[in-house]
Design a protein around this ligand. Structure first.
Ligand code: HEM
Length: 499
């Protein structure tokens, strides 16, 4: 259809007027919780990105602000966002006053195009239903052995051969972040849907599904960084720029999620099928809802595990003595055999400590936000007005002397051990998997996956950094992703030899 120039002008005028009207209405409505015109030093730093002159990442800037705050809590006026690194406040919002700090509408509207009504994006009954179904599945003994078998197969048959081939050429540089994303995508698809996308074959391009997934996650996170939601809402209305890209990425995710559902219907989802989606499909008949469940579980299980593994290997490459201690412990406890079960992994206390320590410094989910429903007061005395976005910040918490002592910036797995045994910390001081009523449901599975990969690789290979040596820079996204990946060179070592 061709438009007359006069009709086109009229259309542009109408859309622009609507956009301005919408923007003004929105700004007025949100001014109660935020002050978009604030000119204080911190807000100016945020708006001009002045923080980037002193810090590599925005999370480093927030850590610095929080460290200097006497209460370990700060408020960014232009965002209407109270950010805390105070464990008492974290416990208060995630447990004591859980009902008053839901995900809330503003958060779910930011993510609703991507996540729909999936578990990450809902409160109330929708959340309770998915939580109950998923916990029934994830807590069982048989699912643990299924998960262990899935991960072991992926390591033995795909990951180790791939690294072996990379180690054969001295000069070959391998992006471990890309490898771990492919690895965890295969694992979570097999585990959650009983389907194998076979991404861990570098000869294949990363599937369009996985690429669209990365893009949708990044663009959705960028929405949250806008000073006013009206900005992305108008762009979405006009289907412009990043919002157009997001719409296209989501369209691709929708097609492929539907394909997953169709395939499951063909294969069957009766009680003999152990995967998570089969369990949901026995109860849920609505394809849109199933799509949302699929997307949330992919987000939960893929990026977080890949992120944990990537920063673990970055730290290990810089601390080879930790790799040696992990291998020594494994040789002492299980000999030079492979780990045989979920339970056997628990005997490896130093390995567990090294994984916990790595996520303390580099949490896969660097921060997590809720919205305050009714006016409240944090234990540190901070007044929280209804409608305020409240964020707890695990990345900053891992860098607090008050929590971890003067050596908080050092990678020191020993801090988790007492007489050689792993001692967990209070989860509100270490909310890497969140804590309280919405604690991560895949925690045990994630730890098993990270530890099994870490041990299998460290016993066979030495990983050397071929870039990103000085420090890590993160890309915006819902989960921490290293900008530029993790370029490495892989060297084979013989099993049982000191690594
Ligand atoms: C190292 C890996 C992982 C980390 C650090 C992690 C961390 C988290 C965090 C911080 C949350 C809270 C997010 C929010 O409410 O916004 C969460 C929730 C969740 N995680 Fe994980 N996760 C990991 C792996 C996994 C895996 C492998 C699965 C599934 C197999 C999983 C399943 C879930 C689910 C279902 C929720 C939602 C819980 C709820 O809202 O009630 N996670 N996780």
């Amino acid at each position: 259809m061709e438009l007359e120039p006069s009709s086109l002008c009229f259309l542009i005028f109408t859309l622009t007027t609507a956009a301005v009207f919408f923007l003004l209405c929105h700004l007025t409505a949100t001014r109660r919780h935020r002050n978009p015109w604030c000119t204080c030093e911190v807000c100016e730093m945020y708006l001009t990105a002045g923080w980037s002159n002193h810090h590599a990442n925005i999370c480093d800037w927030y850590s610095d602000l929080l460290r200097r705050s006497p209460t370990k809590t700060v408020h960014i006026h232009v965002l209407g966002n109270t950010i805390t690194a105070n464990p008492d406040n974290v416990e208060y919002m995630l447990k004591t006053r859980f009902e008053n700090f839901p995900k809330g509408k503003p958060f779910s509207s930011i993510l609703s195009d991507f996540l729909g009504h999936g578990i990450f994006n809902v409160d109330g009954d929708l959340w309770r239903f998915q939580r109950k179904m998923a916990s029934l599945e994830l807590d069982g003994f048989s699912i643990r052995s299924f998960a262990f078998e899935t991960v072991s197969f992926e390591i033995e048959d795909r990951l180790l051969p791939l690294l072996l081939s990379a180690s054969e050429t001295e000069t070959r540089v391998l992006d471990l972040q890309d490898v771990f994303k492919r690895f965890s995508f295969d694992c979570i698809c097999k585990f959650s849907f009983g389907l194998d996308p076979m991404c861990l074959q570098l000869s294949l391009p990363l599937s369009e599904f996985a690429l669209s997934f990365d893009l949708a996650s990044q663009l959705s996170a960028e929405r949250a960084m806008e000073v006013s939601p009206s900005v992305w809402k108008i762009k979405r209305l006009l289907n412009l720029g990043s919002e157009k890209k997001l719409r296209d990425a989501i369209a691709m995710i929708d097609v492929l999620a539907q394909e997953v559902i169709n395939q499951k219907r063909r294969i069957g989802y009766s009680s003999v099928h152990k995967d998570l989606l089969s369990r949901f499909m026995r109860t849920v008949k609505d394809d849109k809802y199933l799509r949302d469940i699929i997307v949330s579980f992919l987000l939960a299980g893929r990026d977080s595990v890949a992120s944990a593994l990537t920063s673990f290997f970055w730290l290990i490459a810089k601390h080879p003595q930790v790799a040696s201690e992990i291998c020594e412990e494994a040789n002492r406890v299980i000999g030079n055999r492979q780990v045989k079960s979920f339970e056997q992994l628990r005997e490896l206390h130093y390995l567990n400590a090294a994984v916990y320590e790595s996520m303390r410094l580099y949490p896969p989910v660097q921060f997590d936000s809720k919205f305050c429903q009714k006016d409240d007061i944090f234990p540190d005395g901070t007044l929280i007005k209804s409608g305020t976005r409240v964020t707890y910040h695990p990345y900053a918490m891992g860098r607090m002397e008050e929590i971890w002592g003067p050596d908080c910036l050092e990678f020191r797995p020993g801090r988790w051990l007492k007489e050689g045994k792993f001692c967990p910390e209070n989860p509100f001081k270490y909310p890497i998997f969140q804590a309280g009523l919405r604690v991560c449901l895949g925690k045990e599975m994630a730890l098993m996956e990270v530890k099994t990969v870490a041990l299998s690789l460290l016993r066979r290979f030495r990983v050397e950094l071929a870039g990103n040596v000085a420090g890590l820079r993160f890309s915006p996204g819902l989960t921490a992703t290293i900008s530029g990946g993790l370029p490495t060179k892989i060297r084979e070592i013989s099993m049982g030899a000191p690594c």
